[in-house]
Design a protein around this ligand. Structure first.
Ligand code: AMP
Ligand code: MG
Length: 308
């Protein structure tokens, strides 16, 4: 009997040992994309991150009637919290820094192309001019990156050890890997291949954010119209790039810059990088060439190095 009990106990221990996962994992649909949250930490870290994401979506969405953004766009008088005011100021500063390539007030243009509610259409010249004239907030190019920053604060507050948060093309790492090796972030193949285009290594807490022409688009008469718009022309940016990935300690900056660099293209984007010190970038050209700034830790593909 004793022997039987000992065996039973061992079996139970083995079973519970197998069942106990080291991390928490959850997939949620938020901000129009599937997000995957992997957290080595307490339940309250996961709960806090999930709630914060839904809250940020409800506040900053351009398509929800009751969001802060919709109320601002309708011209309602809104009392902003300190955090809201600060974010709007930060995106305005990033717009100025990028010479307007990242423009958080392109809402009317996104609407004219039917990117809200997937009622896609190619606007005529008059509609384009009218949309370019109108200033409406759209935080689509920056809110996921900003969310990364908010989640990092929650992870710190709740005592999480490490995390990998994938917010649809926006990857936010937190903390160090257990074995001390760097996090490896795969950059999606923009040409639809099943594998990745390249891998980027980062250490500690970092944002790796990709903007690409494959992420949202429609086709009309054989032409692809994607969702990253050039504020100068009103048309989808046609800068010779298929995607740009930005590596930066700050999530908001990473997100705004990935969009801006996509609009700028390789040459102007490289120049912009040379004048900056807070990020690295990986450009994938439409012909498949990969070009990476010299500080980016790239592997898994052949690439050209962009030097200072
Ligand atoms: P991202 O995927 O971060 O590059 O952001 C693209 C989204 O941001 C689009 O779906 C639009 O909502 C919005 N957007 C498009 N073009 C721009 C632009 N040039 N600057 C800022 N936001 C933009
Ligand atoms: Mg962006």
């Amino acid at each position: 009997m004793k022997r039987f009990l000992a065996l039973l106990l061992t079996a139970l221990l083995l079973l519970t040992g197998c069942a106990r996962q080291e991390y928490l994992q959850e997939e949620i649909f938020c901000m129009d994309t599937v997000m995957s949250l992997k957290i080595w930490g307490p339940e309250e870290a996961m709960d806090g991150c999930r709630e914060a994401l839904y809250g940020l979506q409800n506040t900053w969405s351009a398509t929800r009637e009751d969001s802060l953004i919709s109320r601002l766009n309708r011209g309602e008088a809104v009392a902003l919290t300190e955090e809201e005011r600060s974010l709007l100021e930060k995106v305005e500063a990033l717009s100025a820094r990028t010479g307007g390539a990242f423009d958080p007030c392109l809402g009317a243009l996104c609407e004219a192309w039917g990117f809200y509610g997937q009622s896609y259409r190619v606007p005529d010249a008059q509609q384009l001019a009218a949309a370019l004239d109108e200033s409406k907030w759209d935080m689509g190019a920056s809110i996921k990156g900003y969310s990364g920053n908010v989640l990092v604060d929650i992870l710190k507050e709740t005592g999480a050890e490490r995390a990998v948060l994938n917010m649809g093309g926006n990857v936010q790492t937190f903390g160090e890997k257990k074995d001390g090796s760097p996090w490896l972030v795969a950059v999606q193949d923009p040409f639809g291949g099943s594998g990745y285009a390249c891998l980027i290594s980062v250490t500690g807490t970092c944002a790796v954010v990709t903007s690409g022409d494959y992420q949202r688009y429609f086709e009309e008469n054989g032409v692809r119209y994607h969702h990253i718009l050039d504020p100068k022309t009103g048309y989808p940016a046609d800068s010779g790039l298929a995607s740009v990935t930005v590596v930066c300690r700050d999530g908001l900056t990473a997100d705004a810059l990935s969009t801006a660099l996509f609009v700028m293209g390789l040459e102007e984007g490289s120049r912009f990088w040379r004048e900056s010190e807070d990020f690295e970038a990986v450009f994938i050209l439409k012909d498949g060439t990969v070009c990476a700034t010299e500080g980016a830790q790239v592997s898994g593909c052949e690439y050209e190095v962009i030097r200072r």
